[in-house]
Design a protein around this ligand. Structure first.
Ligand code: 1GP
Length: 234
């Protein structure tokens, strides 16, 4: 499998670029507003992520197709389930919820996706996904029926991320949950960054440019922002 989008990400990080993904939840996105949405997101945006925890409709293909029509940014799927796959996107974050102990989200959903992905044009990027307590119950915790890791457990979080890397993950995603009250702490980002050699993605509860810059300073290679841009399309 080619690793075009992953290689581009590594090259950008090596150059010292800071990456920014805007997350679009298809359920909350008005396709008719796509061009308006793309004008209003930050000019620093490097990636568009598409996906959501709830699986109430099959809008994902429609949303990705509309984004690809109006934007040259790479579109990565960030699926909440094996239903959220479309070849209209460029790449797939093939998530395994390593913070949790629910086999359905460690391997079950991945098995359900495997036969579809066998003939996909998507670039598949194995991603270690860690849910960290963001101060409120997240949709990820509710849907996956797993408990978020405490922000106090810095060494366990770093060890979990390291185990994910050792298992072959090409990215680690530190997730405080969409709409988190408290983003992932700088101490956690720093510890994971110092422990791992793969890129570190951080999201959940990041609302301002300043918070984003602070996450980069702590060691995040890519910041994900979603909720703060949702009202653009509603
Ligand atoms: C959620 O990390 C993303 O999966 C983004 O979170 O919606 O809080 O920006 P927000």
């Amino acid at each position: 499998m080619q690793e075009l989008f992953y290689s581009e990400m590594l090259s950008a990080i090596k150059r010292g670029d800071k990456l920014l993904a805007i997350l679009i939840d298809p359920e909350k996105f008005a396709v008719s507003e796509v061009s308006n949405f793309l004008i209003k997101i930050p000019k620093e945006t490097t990636h568009l992520f598409v996906g959501g925890s709830t699986d109430l409709n099959d809008k994902i293909n429609e949303v990705v197709t509309a984004l690809k029509k109006y934007s040259k940014l790479p579109v990565f799927l960030f699926p909440g389930s094996h239903h959220q796959i479309t070849d209209a996107a460029d790449a797939l974050l093939f998530l395994s919820l390593h913070s949790g102990r629910n086999p359905e989200y460690l391997i079950g959903q991945q098995v359900r996706a495997a036969s579809t992905l066998k003939s996909t044009s998507l670039e598949i990027i194995p991603t270690s996904y860690l849910l960290i307590d963001g101060g409120n119950e997240s949709a990820v915790a509710r849907v996956s029926e797993t408990v978020a890791m405490s922000q106090e457990s810095i060494s366990i979080i770093a060890d979990t991320a390291l185990a994910g890397q050792m298992m072959g993950a090409r990215l680690v995603y530190l997730e405080a949950g969409s709409g988190a009250k408290v983003p992932v702490s700088h101490a956690i980002i720093k510890s994971v960054k110092n422990t791992l050699s793969i890129p570190v993605l951080v999201g959940g509860g990041i609302r301002t440019k300043e918070q984003r810059e602070q996450a980069y300073l702590a060691g995040a290679d890519l910041v994900v922002m979603g909720t703060v841009f949702e009202d653009i399309t509603i």
